[in-house]
Design a protein around this ligand. Structure first.
Ligand code: BG6
Length: 480
C-alpha cells in the first residue's frame, strides 16, 4: 500500500490553453469585447497589463492579437482530434465571459456562445477527453471594466455570479473539473490583466488591488458553491502562479524574504482552501490601514465553500535577496521578478526564463504539506522559436524541458507521496503569448502557421514533440 512505482493509472495527462490566447473570432457569434482585446502587441503591452491604460479605444496602428488568436473557434474539431491523437485524457481551456454575457450585465445569456462551448465539450467527450475549464482566464467583459473598474467594483462580483450559475447549469454532466480564476495571485503584479483594474493615481494602489482581490476570493467561493450544489461529482480547484522562492544567501533576512514571498502567493490558496483570511495577512492589512470590504454574507460564503484541489502553473523557481546593495544579475521569469540562480545547470530559455525542474518537486511538496489536498499542474513548459521546414518542426528543446519536469513530478509522487491528479503543459497547441503578445514564442506540440501580426494560413502541423508526448501518455509516463 505504501509503495508506488509510477504514475497512478487514472493520472490525467493533457495540455492547457485559454480562450483569450486561442479562440479568436472576437466579433463573431454575438461575443462582446473583452478587456483583453485592448491589449496590443508591442511596447505599451506590459504597462497596460500593470494597470496603466489610457483609453478604452483601440489604436489604429496597433495589432491586438487576442482578436484572432489561433482561431480555435473555427478549428476546434480539428484541434481536439489532434489532441486526442496524442492520447489526451484532459484538455484545459477557458470560457470567454463576454461570449456568454457580452457586456456582463444582460438578463439573458447569448445562446450562440453557450452553444459553442457545448459543442466543444461534446467534441472532447466524443474523443474521451475530459474538459478542465477555467471560468476566467484573464478575461472580463470590457463594459465591466469601463463601468466598475473590473474586479474593484462589487457589481462585477454580482455579474460573475450570474455568469457562473449559467455555465455551471448548462454544462452539468459535460464538465467535471473547474478552475475559478487563472493565476489569481498575479493580480498584485498585473492588475489590469488579472482583474481588469485600471490604476487611479488619486487612489491607494494596494487598496484598489486588495479590494479586487477580496471580490475575486468571494466570487471564487460562490463558484465552488454553485458547482457543488449543481453536481456533487464535479470538482473545483483554485489556480496560482507558483514556483518556490529561494533565498539568494543563507542570511536570515533572505530566508525571511523567501518565506514571505511564497506566503504572499499562498495567501490566495490559504483563503480558498481554509475558508478565511490568515492572521499574517490581517496584520499586514492592519498596518497598511486597509479594511477588507466584507459585505452581505462574504465571511460565511468563504468559510463554507473551499476548493477541492489546488492547481498551479510552474515555469521556474525564483530568487530573492533582502540586500539591495548586492548586485546580483536580474533574470526574466513568469510575472514575478527574480535574480539569476548561478546553481542552475540548464541554459535559460530563448526568452531568458530560468529552468529548474528540481524546483517543481519542491513546489509540489510545499503545496501538499500545506494543504493535504490533491494537486494539479495546469501549466508548465518552455516558449521558444520553432521553424517549420517542409511540414516538420524539430523541437527537441520542448521534449527536454518537459521530460525533466515529468521526472520531478514522478519523484514527488513516488518518493514523496504527493497526490497529483494530472498534468496539462501550457500551450499544447501554439498560441499567443500572454506577456509579449507574440506568436513566435511557441510552447506547443502542434505548430500553427500564424505570425506575430496574425498573418498566415492557420494550418496545423505536428511537431516532433507531438510524437514524443504521445508515447509519454501511452506509457503513462514511463517512456520519456
Ligand atoms: C501564465 C498564463 O502566466 O503563463 C498564461 O496563465 C501564459 O496565460 C503563460 O501564456 C506563459 O506565459 P507567456 O508570457 O510566455 O505566454
Amino acid at each position: 500500500k505504501n509503495i508506488r512505482i509510477g504514475f497512478p493509472s487514472e493520472f490525467l495527462w493533457g495540455g492547457a490553453t485559454s480562450a483569450n490566447q486561442c479562440e479568436g473570432s472576437y466579433n463573431v457569434g454575438g461575443r462582446g469585447i473583452g478587456h483583453i482585446d485592448l491589449l496590443p502587441q508591442g511596447e505599451t503591452r506590459w504597462s497596460i497589463m500593470q494597470g496603466y491604460l489610457d483609453s478604452f479605444e483601440p489604436k489604429e496602428n496597433l495589432h491586438y492579437p487576442s482578436r484572432h488568436g489561433i482561431e480555435f473557434y473555427k478549428h476546434y474539431k480539428e484541434d481536439i482530434s489532434l489532441l486526442s491523437e496524442m492520447g489526451f485524457k484532459v484538455f484545459r481551456m477557458s470560457i470567454s465571459w463576454s461570449r456568454i454575457y457580452p457586456t456582463g450585465e444582460e438578463d439573458t445569456p447569448n445562446e450562440e456562445g453557450l452553444q459553442f462551448y457545448e459543442n466543444v465539450f461534446k467534441e472532447c467527450h466524443k474523443h474521451g477527453i475530459e474538459p478542465l475549464v477555467t471560468m476566467t482566464h484573464y478575461d472580463i467583459p470590457l463594459e465591466l471594466v469601463k463601468k466598475y473598474n473590473g474586479w474593484e467594483g462589487r457589481k462585477t462580483l454580482h455579474c460573475f455570479k450570474k455568469y457562473v450559475s449559467t455555465i455551471v447549469k448548462r454544462y452539468k454532466g459535460l464538465v467535471k473539473y473547474w478552475l475559478t480564476f487563472n493565476e489569481i495571485n498575479c493580480v498584485t503584479a498585473l492588475p489590469y490583466t488579472a482583474a481588469g483594474v485600471v490604476l487611479d493615481k488619486s487612489k491607494n494602489r494596494d487598496t484598489q488591488i486588495y479590494t479586487a482581490v477580496h471580490h475575486e476570493l468571494v466570487a471564487s467561493a460562490w463558484a465552488v458553491k454553485y458547482v457543488h450544489e449543481s453536481d456533487f461529482e464535479s470538482k473545483v480547484g483554485c489556480m496560482l502562479a507558483a514556483g518556490v522562492s529561494y533565498p539568494y544567501r543563507c542570511a536570515p533576512e533572505d530566508i525571511w524574504l523567501a518565506y514571505t514571498t511564497d506566503r504572499n502567493k499562498y495567501f490566495f490558496s490559504d483563503v480558498m482552501s481554509y475558508g478565511k483570511y490568515p492572521n499574517y495577512k490581517l496584520r499586514e492589512f492592519g498596518q497598511m490601514g486597509f479594511e477588507i470590504p466584507f459585505l452581505e454574507n462574504d465571511e460565511e460564503v468563504l468559510k463554507d465553500n473551499t476548493v477541492d484541489f489546488i492547481s498551479f502553473s510552474y515555469y521556474s523557481s525564483h530568487i530573492v535577496c533582502a540586500d539591495t546593495d548586492i548586485i546580483a544579475e536580474k533574470a526574466e521569469g513568469n510575472v514575478f521578478p527574480t535574480l539569476r540562480n548561478p546553481y542552475l545547470k540548464e541554459k535559460e530559455t530563448a526568452w531568458k526564463w530560468q529552468i529548474d525542474a528540481q524546483g517543481l518537486r519542491t513546489t509540489l511538496n510545499m503545496f501538499y504539506d500545506r494543504y493535504h489536498k490533491p494537486l494539479f499542474i495546469v501549466e508548465n513548459g518552455v516558449g521558444g522559436i520553432d521553424n517549420l521546414d517542409n511540414g516538420k518542426v524539430h523541437d527537441e528543446y520542448h521534449e527536454h524541458y518537459l521530460r525533466e519536469h515529468i521526472k520531478a513530478m514522478k519523484e514527488a509522487i513516488v518518493l514523496d507521496g504527493v497526490d497529483l491528479m494530472g498534468y496539462t503543459p501550457w500551450g499544447c497547441i501554439d498560441l499567443v503569448s500572454a506577456s509579449t503578445g507574440q506568436m513566435k514564442k511557441r510552447y506547443g506540440f502542434i505548430y500553427v502557421d500564424v505570425d506575430d501580426n496574425g498573418n498566415g494560413t492557420y494550418k496545423r502541423y505536428k511537431k516532433d514533440s507531438f510524437y514524443w508526448y504521445k508515447k509519454v501518455i501511452e506509457s503513462n509516463g514511463e517512456v520519456l
